[in-house]
Design a protein around this ligand. Sequence first.
Ligand code: ADP
Ligand code: MG
Length: 618
Amino acid sequence: MAKIGINLSTGSLQKEEIIVGIDLGTTNSLVAIIHPETKKPVALKEHNSASLVPSIVHFGSHQEIVVGDTAKEFLISDPANTIFSVKRLMGKSYNDIRKQSSFFTYKVIDDDTEKLVKIQIGTKFYSPVELSSYILKELKTRAEHILKTPVNKAVITVPAYFNDAQRQATRDAGKLAGLDVLRIVNEPTAASLAYGLGLNPNDSKTVAIYDLGGGTFDISILKIQDGIFEVLSTNGDTYLGGDDFDRAIVAHWMKELNLGEADIESDKTLAQMLRVAAEKAKKELSSSEEFTTDINGSALKISKAQFEILIQPLVDKTLQAAANALKDAKLGINDIDDVVMVGGSTRVPLVKNSVSNFFQKNVHDEVNPDEVVALGAAVQADILSGNNKDFLLLDITPLSLGIETMGGLMDVIIPRNSKIPTKAGRQYTTQKDGQSGMRVSVYQGERDLVKDNRKLAEFNLAGIPGMPAGLPKIDVNFLLNADGILVVTAKELRSGVEQTIEVKPQYGLTDAEVEQMLLDSITNAKDDIALRALVEARTEANQLIDATENFINKNGKLMTTAEIEETQAAIIKLAELVKSGTKDEIQHQHEVLNSISRPYAERIMDLAVAAAMKGKQI
Ligand code: ADP
Ligand code: MG
């Protein structure tokens, strides 16, 4: 099919609907497309202006909204109504960000600590999703203005560590902005696409993507083979970036000016002035040796050497994460063929040199590190529009997903580090005769008991027709789609009763929490195994008690009083041990009860068989 291209300079129309790539960054956002003539990704910008739109939203005195550079000017003069770094709040509760609350110069409401955060502007409350949608709407409007064509479809990137809640929030923001979000793509995956790594189907490479932006740090190890991108491992820190470099400089200056925390707590304007000056200093020190400025009449200075001492611990932290990512991928430094630098903060010479030293090779920094993610999103958009069919993108899920089974045990359905998209399922049955519903509780985490994991969702599969315990066949299926969003389906096969939910967790996990969950699972592995064995012994004992009691109810007439009494005593003892006994005690009593009931059970079964035979009159 012939395609009519768009001429960027004249803005003439094209036939095919355009799909844009959007990097919705913590600090800066931008839009890119595949240039219809050169077929190369380009960042959209208006004449003489930058492609980057600061991810900042300002509310005027009548709640009128401006986004980008204009909003950035209000950081100092009107901090309470100027929202920056809203991406850090996506899918978060106040508890999640409590420790960072002093970072925000606007009002993040804290009266309901468990719910998703809201931001208060004057008398109105805004969610991070709404605030992000203003940024996306601005990007959409700009793109439409530049391309002179409606823009309704987009691919949006997110950090690799974004969980379901954060991805869903990003998707919702797109929807609110009037965009059909065709795909949520991990930023490192987009960056490697922008470098064209693997575009030649014969390429076979292992690539490290080091992304240090304003607010997040991600390191990802990708294996590219046969035109397939597979994320081998990801690591990073959603609270580490260029903002922390700025804060290190601010802290340095505060010491020089004899200012305490209280001084900047009470004077938000001063805090913002210091923040803005610090960022300016940092950027200048990427290409010069010294920076000087003046704040409220006090001279401020910092040298490149001083700056490097301040940020060395932060850079070291990123290298430690890189080492961990290699370890997770079971690779050594020599296995990495290419290293890709992403994010504005990789312009800092110390960062670039440290990463280069760590991997013992030259790093890729040819593509503008601020734009590389959006450019890759445009490449992905092009693949989705069918122009580039040879690609398949694979990602991995960082934590196991499963459901609660008897006794509060975690039954893993999709194990951690599974490639996504992925599908997996297991069959379950009922425990009680005539049971008409089954609760399906979905958890995320590595521990054996669900109470130690994170609950994502719960629903009740109702309307199972009455059947004896064990007869219904209930298929529980997990579909983790390419955006990392989980769809859970439960279906009773005999009746066809079915229920589906899309998991939208109430709020998200930071990557530090993900790490902690993984660490906990290792530290507690021994305890977990012992506990699991105990829980299983209890569950089996309860099942035996139920079955035995049922048997006596039905067949009591065929039993002697002595048999009934002996059995009931054994049941009582077993029930007590279920409450307070050890696994071995429970299993021993389980056997005792079995051996008491076995002789009469066999006798009665024989009678039943004989009766049945007679009835049939063979
Ligand atoms: P994000 O992905 O978080 O939106 P970006 O990739 O746009 O972030 O990077 C923004 C960060 O890069 C900011 O902290 C900014 O100060 C920093 N930055 C931009 N240019 C430079 C530079 N020349 N030297 C050092 N840091 C820079
Ligand atoms: Mg970024």
